[in-house]
Ligand binder design. Sequence first.
Ligand SMILES: [Zn+2]
Length: 60
Amino acid sequence: MNCPLCNSDQIHRSPRKTLGHKILSLFNKWPYRCYICGHRFYLMQEKRDEGEATPPLQQS
Ligand SMILES: [Zn+2]
């Protein structure tokens, strides 16, 4: 996946915190943010079985 603005692959998925994010998740849409240019955008989330036990990206 790449940023649609600068085409960087330095993007990360925003953590799901808000009700809005939960609603978006129902449509398999997730907010992403580009580390390089700071652009925020939405991508379709690949549906993987059930559960989110091991999120691929975790901000510490
Ligand atoms: Zn970017």
